[in-house]
Design a protein around this ligand. Structure first.
Ligand SMILES: O=C(CO)[C@H](O)[C@H](O)COP(=O)(O)O
Length: 153
């Protein structure tokens, strides 16, 4: 898969760790930065990365900031982005099974190391459930997205 990654200063270290893992699994990572731990503004990096996912240039996105919230708020402004914040593998599984999320946002100040990597691994390897109720609900959310957002050019 082609995966867009972005982060701010609080997510640089965890982003690098996740990037290594994804590449070791054969994924292609497009890294939109930031690349160091100098204080920066998250939206400068997450918006271009989320745009790449919205345009279909990348299939999924993984964004890392201090808590994950800012990344999700920015990304969810774009049509076709269904971003979630996950702090553990259980949340990550449901974020795919019930919500068909295509962007995962993590908090580098909240989780790290083993939990973070298990969260990413679970999110990457879990598919949406096919039971009618889940498909119906995901479709309704996609409909809301189509009606209330502007397509990315
Ligand atoms: O978590 C974040 C957004 O969701 C940011 O990483 C956080 O707000 C950055 O704060 P600071 O500049 O104080 O490190």
């Amino acid at each position: 898969m082609k995966i867009a990654m972005a982060n701010d200063h609080a997510g640089t270290r965890l982003k690098e760790e996740i990037k290594k893992y994804l590449e070791s699994e054969g994924h292609e990572v497009k890294d939109f930065g930031t690349y160091d731990e100098e204080s920066c503004d998250l939206s400068d990096f997450v918006l271009p990365a989320a745009t790449a996912v919205a345009k279909g240039e990348c299939e999924r996105g993984i964004f890392v900031d201090g808590v994950g919230y800012g990344s999700a708020m920015i990304a969810n402004k774009l049509r076709g982005i269904f971003a979630v914040v996950c702090q553990d593998p259980f949340c990550a599984a449901l974020a795919r099974q019930h919500n068909d999320s295509n962007v995962l946002c993590l908090g580098g100040k909240i989780i790290g190391g083993a939990i973070a990597m298990e969260t990413v691994k679970t999110w990457m390897h879990t598919d949406p459930l096919t039971a009618e109720k889940y498909v119906r609900r995901v479709e309704k959310v996609k409909q809301i997205d189509a009606e209330h957002t502007v397509a990315v050019k």
